[in-house]
Design a protein around this ligand. Structure first.
Ligand code: PMT
Length: 402
């Protein structure tokens, strides 16, 4: 009984996937949750309130006013009652209402009154799901702190195949259980993470890059998202994406693009973690056509790239925390401490290429954390997920910034 004593308000909206709300309700109740349900008017076309009332063992609400019983449904009370407001499935229409503060039904009014975390599980056809307006609305609700349970891929009711299926009820249940289990120490914080390699074009088919897989950055992003933070990842091409559904990704290729995306949002962030392996130099000129093989040798003129961490470090506000990484092959501690100071980091995470089980590509890492006040902390070889948790613990130890 993982959800014993938890009060879950389930919102059901007009989608063919509304029938799955019955199974979801059963799963939640079986885990010990107390479930109350609000349906949008169009959800009534897909599943009856009687089914959901029977399974939840509670009356189902869909109107502000129940003419039969002459009673008023108090959306504020419902919003305050819940420990979690889970809207599954959420249609494009309801999503647009939540994103823009519309309030023309009980479900939307309750959303505006709810003080608890809100999870939404979209279900729609694949083209609708990819439409820029839907993507924009998803971004908006994430920026309000809501958690997205991303639609799954597979066969859709339309007969098309692709992303848009409601997350399976069993998977939704897992997300709900994880949500209640996890520590929420970073709730309300906005976090920027740079992750993965950069690619510096030589010509249309070649580039300079490095071995970063993005595994370390993804683990840090997931750890922050699970701890309640709003996470923004500027992600190098081909790097591992975070698993957490709420993480906002900005795909980039070059160091310059990575800087531009990071700089756009840096001001609004509370914590920045520079985990990307950024190329220090890029070809001076990018050939417009594929360079032909001529002669026995070839020279490429390189120019220095912008140092993202250093540049943003100069703009760091008093309340902001900057965490850097150092990847070294010799004289590791000296170089890491130099970077801590030069780049205005509050904390630097050193991983050495000389340690077995540490660095690029691997699922494990071994790190040393050096703090601005001179203290330090060492880890064993651990999965990158555990290293990420250690880094978050390190961040919690930093002096509180107002
Ligand atoms: O991605 P994985 O395969 O999981 O591997 C993880 C990792 C080894 C890439 C990662 O843990 C790591 O060490 N990332 C930083 C690598 C690096 O570029 O280190 P650096 O010592 O060159 O740079 C120091 C710091 O400045 C880093 O925070 C880096 O992101 C930042 N930097 C560097 C150069 C530059 N132009 N802009 C930057 O922001």
């Amino acid at each position: 009984m993982h959800l014993k004593g938890k009060r879950i308000l389930l919102g059901v909206t007009g989608s063919i996937a509304a029938y799955k709300a019955a199974h979801l309700t059963r799963l939640l109740v079986k885990e010990g949750a107390e479930v109350q349900i609000i349906m949008s008017t169009s959800a009534l076309d897909f599943i009856t309130p009687l089914t959901l009332a029977t399974l939840s063992k509670n009356p189902v609400y869909h109107n502000f006013f129940d003419a039969k019983n002459g009673s008023w449904t108090n959306h504020v009370e419902l919003g305050l009652w819940a420990d979690l407001f889970l809207i599954a499935p959420i249609s494009a229409n309801t999503l647009a209402k939540l994103a823009n503060g519309l309030c023309d039904n009980l479900l939307a009014a309750t959303y505006l009154s709810a003080r608890c975390p809100v999870m939404i599980a979209p279900a729609m056809d694949l083209d609708m799901y990819q439409h820029p307006s839907v993507r924009e609305n998803l971004k908006k609700v994430v920026s309000y702190g809501n958690i997205i349970l991303d639609a799954e891929s597979g066969e859709l009711a339309s007969g098309l195949s692709g992303q848009g299926r409601l997350m399976e009820p069993e998977n939704i249940l897992d997300q709900v259980i994880t949500h209640f289990k996890s520590d929420k120490s970073f709730a309300g914080k906005r976090v920027l993470i740079t992750s993965g390699p950069t690619q510096e074009a030589i010509d249309p088919v070649r580039f300079i890059s490095n071995h970063s897989s993005g595994k370390m950055g993804a683990a840090i992003a997931d750890a922050f998202a699970s701890s309640g933070a709003e996470v923004h990842v500027v992600l190098g091409h081909g790097a591992k994406k975070p698993k957490h559904h709420g993480v906002i990704i900005y795909p980039v290729k070059s160091a310059n693009e990575m800087y531009m995306e990071a700089a756009k949002i840096h001001n609004e962030m509370d914590i920045c973690v520079f985990a990307a392996a950024v190329a220090d130099y890029a070809p001076k000129d990018v050939a417009l056509e594929k360079i032909k093989k001529e002669g026995d040798g070839m020279t490429i003129d390189l120019v220095k790239n912008i140092d993202i961490a250093y540049t943003l470090g100069k703009e760091k506000k008093f309340h902001q925390i900057h965490v850097g990484f150092a990847l070294e092959t010799e004289n590791e501690v000296f170089h890491a401490k130099q970077k801590l100071e030069k780049k205005n980091f509050d904390l630097i995470v050193l991983n050495s290429m000389r340690e077995k089980g540490a660095g690029f590509q691997l699922d494990t890492n071994k790190v040393s954390l050096f703090f601005e006040d001179g203290s330090s902390l060492q880890s064993e070889i651990m999965p990158k997920e555990e290293i990420a948790k250690l880094i978050l613990e390190g961040i919690k130890k930093l002096p509180v910034k107002i």
